[in-house]
Design a protein around this ligand. Structure first.
Ligand code: 6AU
Length: 261
């Protein structure tokens, strides 16, 4: 197998500004941790993000689960991103035709493109979804992740579907920055672009599930399977002490990465 690239090497190959910033942030903070702050209270979300901010390279949001949203909340989030130096990934999972996602990405109540650096999309509709999102995001230096695999039991994102995401990514090297993936080493051999990032959900120090289909792997095995960024939700925000839990996941993820080089 070809030698694994360091985050610095991937940054040097990156063709997208958001991707370059992501790798540079990871290196600067020694963090490959993205926390999914999936709490429903906006006030609590902002307070927790301020606590764990020093430990993450990227904050993952689900804006549509929050109890309050307005331009002031968006400003608070981007202020925290600047204060702690992290990127914002809105986990919107777009899945519609190109013309519709243009509006969903830029308009509505959330105006996602104004405050997020990264979004993600399913390729179920075909490559037009990437063209639509790109129309909004490329000029603003945003990046797109394709859902190549999912962490949930019984996922249909597998086999030739997963491989098709590689082709769509290779056709859009300026805008597609990588994948949501679980076991990338098993299917990325065909990818021409070694700068792409693999972000992996379903991460917890204790293996197991949640009774609703989520399946957990530990940080070390995820990195060994080719993941670059670990996404941790409940492992951090449900912990008794979210800040020390974030520090623990940061350390586990970074040591796993160093051991792979
Ligand atoms: O650590 P958890 O299980 O509390 O949270 C996992 C987070 C949630 C999911 O919406 C998201 O990761 N997720 C995704 C993403 C990031 O796209 C894909 C997937 O296959 N599984 C998954 O859990 O915010």
């Amino acid at each position: 197998a070809p030698k694994r690239l360091s985050y610095e090497e991937k940054a040097a190959l990156a063709k997208n500004e958001a991707l370059k910033r992501l790798y540079n942030t990871m290196v600067a903070k020694k963090s490959n941790l993205s926390v999914a702050m999936d709490v429903n209270s906006t006030e609590k979300m902002l307070a927790l993000v301020d606590e764990i901010g020093p430990h993450i390279c990227c904050l993952k949001t689900h804006v549509d689960v929050l109890d309050v949203w307005n331009d002031g909340v968006a400003k608070s989030l981007t202020d925290l991103a600047e204060k702690h130096n992290f990127l914002i990934f809105e986990d919107r999972k777009f899945a519609d035709i190109g013309n519709t996602v243009v509006s969903q990405y830029s308009g509505g109540v959330y105006k996602i493109s104004e405050w997020s650096d990264i979004v993600n999309a399913h390729i179920v509709p075909g490559p037009g979804i990437v063209d639509g999102l790109k129309q909004v995001g490329l000029g603003q230096n945003k990046g797109l992740l394709l859902l190549a695999e999912m962490s949930s039991a019984g996922t249909m994102a597998k086999g030739s579907y997963t491989e098709e995401t590689v082709r769509v990514a290779d056709e859009n090297p300026d805008f597609v920055i990588g994948f949501i993936s679980v076991n990338p080493n098993s299917w990325t051999k065909k990818s021409k672009d070694r700068s792409l990032v693999h972000m992996t959900p379903g991460i917890k120090l204790q293996k197991g599930g949640d009774g609703l289909g989520q399946q957990y792997n530990d940080p070390k095995s995820a990195i060994a399977r080719g993941s670059d960024v670990l996404i941790v939700g409940r492992g951090v925000y449900k912990a008794e002490d979210p800040k020390s839990s974030a520090a623990e996941y940061q350390k586990a993820g970074w040591e796993a990465y160093l051991s792979e080089l």
